[in-house]
Ligand binder design. Structure first.
Ligand code: 5GP
Length: 182
């Protein structure tokens, strides 16, 4: 039995707030890339809802790729290690690469991915876009080029973010009070 119920979640961002902000980010991206081709890399599983909703507002030609990384172990804390479950990518040499993540926490996943792209390809541009940013928890010097919301060090769930694999399907984002004490 799951020890976290939907009713335990405190509201953080409503569906409307998320969608409004996503449209604003898309407008910024449309402005930056104009009509250049973009390779949008969605990091599974957490960013899938964000990547799809964001991509629907993009007006340039977009090639969507999905890779799978994991760093959260069992519950509320990052393992501190990034596990590349599936990182097969097309040839990104000379391409505009836009990495789309659900959240930057320690920044280890972002750093791993940016280093991986940098080591393997000479891209035209590489940008990092994260829906949420827990700036206060950062353990690396990476930063998002685009982000939706900066949040406190809360454990958040919904809109792609899970608790033990559950609740990604919620259309809003909530947080777990006192998750650090659990
Ligand atoms: P980082 O490597 O920056 O520490 O963590 C990135 C990954 O950890 C995210 O893509 C996400 O899967 C997971 N993560 C970090 N913070 C949270 C959180 O508050 N809730 C959930 N559900 N996952 C998180």
């Amino acid at each position: 039995m799951l020890d976290l119920k939907i009713s335990d979640l405190k509201p953080l961002f409503t569906e409307d707030e998320l969608q409004k902000r996503i449209k604003e980010i898309a407008d910024e991206l449309n402005d930056f890339y104009k009509d250049e081709e973009v390779y949008l890399i969605s990091v599974l599983k957490g960013s899938v809802f964000f990547a799809i909703d964001l991509s629907k507002h993009l007006t340039m030609p977009v090639c969507m790729e999905f890779i799978r990384l994991s760093s959260y172990g069992h519950g509320f804390k990052s393992t501190g290690k990034v596990n590349a479950v599936d990182i097969s990518l097309p040839d990104l040499n000379g391409k505009n690469v836009l990495i789309v993540e659900d959240i930057i926490d320690t920044g280890l996943t972002a750093k791993f991915l940016l280093d991986f792209i940098d080591l393997n390809f000479k891209t035209k541009s590489t940008k990092f876009c994260s829906l949420l940013d827990k700036k206060i928890s950062r353990q690396t010097d990476v930063d998002a080029d685009y982000h939706g919301f900066v949040i406190d060090n809360k454990f958040v769930v919904g809109y792609g973010l899970d608790y033990l694999g559950f609740y990604r399907n919620l259309p809003y984002i909530g947080y777990v009070e006192n998750a650090d004490k659990k």
